[in-house]
Design a protein around this ligand. Structure first.
Ligand SMILES: [Zn+2]
Length: 107
């Protein structure tokens, strides 16, 4: 390979690397825009906020389903009664409403 050819190859490799980086960037931008379309917003920040909220929602739904299954199992096995479960959940809800006490929070 002549020196001129080597220079040309180096330039082309640089341009290829730049083009690849730009394609990656464009793909990420397109993906963000598609996501904002999915959420019917033109604001990418709102779209990502909605993403996180939806993830939290899904996590909460799964956790509640798991809790319900464990609760059903525990009640069926007689480890705990329905009234005991309601008592614990009520106390927990009251704690959440009033916030941590001066003795220290335990969540
Ligand atoms: Zn916004």
């Amino acid at each position: 390979m002549s020196e001129a050819q080597a220079v040309l190859v180096a330039v082309l490799q640089d341009q290829l690397a730049e083009a690849r980086a730009e394609i990656e960037w464009l793909r990420a931008a397109l993906s963000e825009l598609e996501n904002s379309l999915t959420w019917h917003t033109t604001c990418l920040n709102c779209a990502s906020l909605l993403d996180r909220s939806y993830d939290d929602y899904v996590r909460a739904e799964k956790a509640e389903a798991r809790l319900a299954a464990i609760r059903e199992f525990a009640e069926k096995c007689g480890y705990i009664t329905h009234d005991q479960v309601e008592g614990v959940l009520g106390a927990r809800a009251a704690l959440r409403d009033t916030g941590p006490t001066e003795e220290g929070a335990s969540t």
